[in-house]
Write a protein that binds this ligand. Structure first.
Ligand code: AMP
Ligand code: MG
Length: 452
């Protein structure tokens, strides 16, 4: 079992940890220590396994392909007869070798066998000349002109895709469309995967309207719960939608307790910035072991992370101080879930999810590769940037006239402007120490097109 570290213990492990001016990279380092892969596994059919994470490597029970076979329609021959600089004349013997049937017969010197793609290579033959490279020789023979063929050409080797006994799919790998095909090519109907994570989420804020409520002055429709739904669903997770929770301690407490009891993690949006009038922060403090951060980033900045208990922290802290056996049992039976308290602004929600929450969830899912893919593209324009914070600008990557990748920022970069995310296919990552970017300069882009 992963030893569960407290916020204080993790903070002590990270050099220069400053919750009031945290670097983006330190957020990832922190979360990697906070979350652990699930341990429960299950054997499921390969259809159901799509998008899940392999909990056991798949060792190839067979070789693929199982036999040496022809890659072309043509004639199989013994390549030892090929002499550099000389044409070769061969006489086809016996029946045609078709895919799916072993060819039986004898092939002597000066002979060849007509063969179809995928057919097992007749014994003793190691080379295939494609039909279209042959000419007609005298008396029904075929002629291969000099220099057209080398020994071993157009023959697929047994096991060249997968060798029996070798690892075909690694533990911790995502079961992708290629992986489902590969498993099928091995004749496997099931694989062993980690159990599906359950993630609860809710929005906070008295100004947030649920769909179906009539508009009222000063109120906005909830968008965060829908982007979070989309982001989680694309990860193949089981979601528990706890709705919009009004700014009342009893409602917030009930939502957090339910999340802690039912989910591996809970994602909230809103109510984590300093000076918030609402009760979200205080309820997080009461029910959990939580760090409140100001991250040196834009958009984003306020974020809360930690663990939320289904029981009141005040109670258990009191019980722990009493140090009676019963209180420890009580502590043991308390359900916990990881808390990701995201800022309220809709773009900040998506950016903090992509940069921090998604890698952490992938780790919890059991994935060994969790870092988002970055590519380099030339900035189509100059970008303003101050050193001392990480900026994530919405970018649209395309191929420039010269064939190189270029990226252009999409519209108003305000942290509430969700349309900038709709137009973008990636985030331009301007790193902590980076200054302004000149037009044409190469920048890193975290692609989310097709990823989320
Ligand atoms: P907060 O972090 O709670 O101060 O919210 C920052 C901004 O994001 C405010 O303008 C909120 O109205 C807005 N906001 C918070 N939650 C949501 C939500 N679920 N959907 C859309 N906007 C939101
Ligand atoms: Mg608020």
């Amino acid at each position: 079992m992963h030893p569960m570290k407290t916020i204080e213990q993790i903070a002590a492990e990270l050099q220069g940890y400053d919750p009031q001016a945290l670097r983006a990279a330190d957020v990832n380092a922190f979360l990697e220590r906070l979350v652990a892969p699930v341990t429960e596994t299950e054997e499921v059919g390969i259809f159901e396994a799509l998008g899940r994470v392999l909990a056991q490597g798949v060792v190839s029970p067979i070789s693929v392909p199982p036999h040496d076979n022809s890659a072309m329609d043509g004639y199989a021959l013994d390549g030892a007869q090929l002499v550099p600089g000389q044409a070769l004349v061969l006489r086809p013997v016996g029946a045609t070798a078709f895919a799916g049937k072993a060819w039986v017969g004898e092939v002597g010197a000066g002979e060849c066998v007509k063969i179809m793609t995928g057919a097992i290579m007749p014994a003793g033959l190691d080379t295939v000349v494609p039909q279209e490279l042959t000419g007609a020789g005298p008396d029904g023979t075929i002629r291969i002109a000099a220099g057209l063929l080398r020994r071993g050409d157009n023959r697929r080797r047994a096991g060249e895709d997968l060798m029996q006994g070798r690892v075909a799919l690694a533990k911790g790998a995502l079961f992708t469309p290629a992986a489902i095909g590969l498993a099928a090519s091995l004749g496997l109907k099931t694989v062993t995967v980690y159990r599906r994570l359950r993630i609860a989420y809710f929005s906070t804020g008295d100004e947030i309207l649920s769909l179906g409520e009539p508009p009222r002055e000063g109120a906005v429709y909830d968008s965060n719960r829908y982007t979070v739904f989309g982001l989680l669903t694309r990860l193949g997770l089981q979601v528990i939608d706890l709705g919009v929770v009004r700014d009342e301690p009893a409602l917030l407490e009930a939502a957090f307790r339910r999340a802690a009891a039912e989910a591996d993690a809970v994602i909230t949006s809103g109510g984590v910035s300093v000076g918030e009038a609402d009760h979200t922060r205080s309820m997080m403090k009461q029910l959990g072991d939580v760090a409140f951060w100001r991250i040196a980033m834009r958009p984003g900045r306020p974020m809360a992370v930690g663990r939320i208990r289904s029981q009141m922290q005040a109670e258990s802290a009191y019980n722990a101080r009493q140090s009676s056996a019963g209180s420890y049992q009580n502590e043991e039976s308390t359900a916990r879930s990881v808390l990701f308290g995201l800022p309220g602004n809709p773009v900040a929600v998506m950016v903090t999810f992509l940069a921090f929450v998604r890698p952490a969830l992938l780790r919890m899912m059991g994935c060994t590769h969790t870092a988002p893919p970055l590519l380099r593209a030339a900035s189509a324009e100059a970008l303003r940037k101050k050193p001392g914070r990480t900026e994530y600008q919405r970018g649209l990557v395309s191929v420039a006239a010269d064939g190189r990748l270029q990226v252009r920022s999409t519209g108003n970069q305000g942290s509430g402007v969700l349309s900038s995310m709709v137009q973008a296919n990636g985030l331009i990552v301007l790193h902590h120490d980076q200054g302004p970017v000149a037009a044409g300069e190469m920048v890193d882009v975290m692609m989310f097109d097709g990823v989320v």
